[in-house]
Design a protein around this ligand. Structure first.
Ligand code: PMP
Length: 427
């Protein structure tokens, strides 16, 4: 595989961009590679600066559920762009998108659009604190909720990949307001609420964790958090930035039948353009300015291009049998991988919800971050390099999810499985 052009860009990038990338997880440092620089993407494929083509299972880290450059989405963006790229004033499309989000996600009554998942979670926490008049936030180890100061405590995603338990620059006074517990440990949450329940503004959780690898909630975990929050007057926030419109049309809350007070969204709802949202009960959302005193704003919030891309994406997802198809494709890849790992005698522990999955390089089970960290990351890195060299583009970390899109098909998945079979001979 030629890499000259990517290499040259990598050298230039490192001179002017910290670590050569605009988001740490892209660097591929932990798997011992320099990243290919991407020039274009179509369907389930991405192409790099040297002309190498890869089958993509990153999907821009979640948004590209329809595949890349999906024609309806591109048309919608073009049509919106011709009418102007930003007004800083209300539009009909924003109203329609808000209505659609409230229609699809069962607990949403009102929603505010922002420009990233990070903004959504930061704003939801401020609202929870403003609404309850309390300061403490409870999160779970290995969950990632964007890079807001108080959320970088024991966080997943790039911090897991790079092994960063805390982040310099976050004041101790701020970090001290976040209490982090082991994922799936309801007893730990009960004990914390028993001790400090009256100070807790909110519990924020990924209802399916996707930033320490993929970890499912154990039976009763989410419902238990709901009960605890109700008993102590705290708000329950589901961070559905990954799971929203991914694990099902109504997100994880619909799948597991547990309703949060607030939900954060991102990724898919912007169709690959910058977009996030937070919403929930009208009575809580009424505390946001200008209706209420909790301030939150954004120059580009509800941007016409992002709104158009998001609406086109949701419209496509509303089509017939879309989620069954995602389930079918997800199962095809997952079952194939599971069989190949087993035949090789590799102890791998897999988890999957629909089109979102991961295999931990360890026997498992993995129900929390401590266990996820027991994975053989050295072996994962070797596997990763063998796969990339065979034109298969997975997320370059043991602690990230693999995503299948509607643009994948049996042929692409077969080709992926053949590449895995071939790579495993060398592993
Ligand atoms: N929450 C979750 C669950 C996420 O996975 C992410 C990003 N991967 C975020 C929040 C932050 O979103 P963004 O990168 O758009 O700021």
């Amino acid at each position: 595989m030629p890499t000259n052009r990517s290499q040259a860009l990598w050298e230039r990038a490192q001179r002017v961009i910290p670590g050569g990338v605009n988001s740490p997880v892209r660097a591929m440092k932990s798997v011992g590679l320099n990243p290919p620089f991407i020039r274009r993407a179509q369907g389930c494929y991405i192409k790099d600066a040297d002309g190498n083509r890869y089958i993509d299972y990153v999907g821009s880290w979640g948004p590209m559920i329809l595949g890349h450059a999906q024609p309806d989405v591109i048309e919608a963006i073009k049509a919106a762009a011709e009418k102007g790229t930003s007004y800083g004033a209300p539009t009909e499309a924003e109203v329609i998108l808000a209505e659609e989000l409230c229609r699809w996600v069962p607990s949403l009554e009102m929603v505010r659009l922002v420009s990233s998942g990070t903004e959504a979670t930061m704003s939801a926490l401020r609202l929870a604190r403003g609404f309850t008049g309390r300061e403490l936030i409870v999160k779970f180890d290995g969950c990632y909720h964007g890079h807001g100061d108080g959320l970088l405590v024991s966080a997943g995603s790039g911090l897991a990949t790079l092994g960063l338990p805390a982040c310099p620059g976050v004041p101790a006074a701020v970090a001290g307001l976040t209490l982090s517990l082991p994922y799936n440990d309801l007893a730990a949450a009960e004990a914390l609420f028993a001790a400090r329940g009256a100070e807790i503004a909110a519990v924020i959780v990924e209802p399916v964790a996707g930033n320490m690898g993929v970890v499912l909630p154990v039976e009763g975990f989410l419902a238990g958090l709901r009960r605890l929050c109700d008993a102590h007057g705290a708000l329950l926030i589901f961070d559905e930035v990954i799971t929203g419109f991914r694990v099902g049309p109504g997100g994880a809350q619909e799948l597991f039948g547990v309703m949060p007070d607030l939900t954060t969204l991102g990724k898919i709802i912007g169709g690959g353009l910058p977009m996030g949202a937070y919403g929930g009960k009208a009575q809580i959302m009424a505390h946001i300015a200008p209706e209420g005193p909790v301030y939150q704003a954004g120059t580009l919030s509800g941007n016409p291009l992002a709104t158009a891309a998001g609406l086109a994406t949701l419209e496509f997802l509303a089509g017939k049998a879309v989620y069954p198809r995602l389930e079918e494709l997800g199962a095809m890849l997952y079952n194939g991988l599971e069989g190949l790992f087993a035949a090789k005698g590799l102890a791998c522990f897999g988890q999957r919800v629909g089109s979102m999955m991961c295999f931990f390089f360890q026997p498992g089970p993995v129900t929390n971050y401590e266990q996820a960290k027991q994975s053989d990351t050295e072996l994962f890195s070797r596997y990763y390099r063998l796969m990339l060299a065979r034109g298969i583009y997975f997320a370059p970390s043991q602690f990230e999810a693999t995503f299948v899109s509607l643009a994948h098909d049996a042929a692409a998945i077969d080709q992926t499985l053949s590449a895995v079979a071939d790579a495993l001979k060398e592993l």
